[in-house]
Design a protein around this ligand. Structure first.
Ligand SMILES: [Zn+2]
Length: 193
């Protein structure tokens, strides 16, 4: 995601605790999501490509992002047809709440690389790369549960060759999830949960 800064440190807990009206308005039972624990918060249909994966493209990667936004701002960006960006999932900092914005069969626009977009599932995390306080225990745990479920359903090994950072996408000029993201912990949790 873009690096625009709207919210600096302070209101972390308050922002994380709020489910935005935009999400409440469209919230549906979890039955429609690919990940049972996720709440459906659909992106604008202008912000992703409809597909029929894995028939059209095999899913080879989970791409880990840090949004450089709050949770609610991230959902709002995905719902804005002018933004031309989306990810399949967004994980909230304070409690690890997971929203699904794009179906896994469809191609979200998150990696900045069409080939990688077609072959991956993107997970955005609320927060900023230089503010590790956003990377809470709850967020690591719930994100790891989500990634483990994705890996199980798509037959992906739970390792760093298949669970990658946005910065590892060829041609990417993004640094997320950044030096404060604890990859050792994350991969351990993915294999544990
Ligand atoms: Zn990213």
């Amino acid at each position: 995601m873009q690096r625009r800064r709207i919210l600096q440190g302070g209101a972390v807990a308050a922002a994380a605790a709020l489910l935005p009206a935009s999400v409440r308005a469209v919230a549906a039972p979890a039955a429609g999501t690919d990940y049972p624990s996720a709440q459906w918060a659909p992106a604008s249909t202008s912000n992703y490509s409809v597909s029929n994966r894995p028939a059209a493209y095999r899913v080879d990667f989970v791409v880990v992002h840090v949004a450089q936004q709050t949770f609610s701002e991230t959902i709002g960006i995905f719902q804005n047809p002018a933004k031309q960006v989306s990810a399949h999932y967004v994980v909230r900092s304070g409690d690890g709440f997971v929203a699904q914005c794009v179906r896994e069969k469809d191609i979200a626009w998150h990696a900045g690389n069409w080939d990688y977009n077609t072959r991956s599932i993107g997970i955005e995390h609320e927060g900023w790369v230089d503010q590790p306080a956003y990377f809470t225990d709850a967020m690591y745990e719930q994100s790891a549960r989500l990634t483990a479920d994705i890996c199980d359903r798509h037959g992906l090994p739970k390792d760093r060759a298949h669970i990658i950072g946005h910065h590892q996408v060829p041609g990417s000029d993004h640094t997320d999830p950044g030096a404060n993201w604890d990859w050792v912990r994350y991969i351990r949790l993915v294999n544990l949960l």
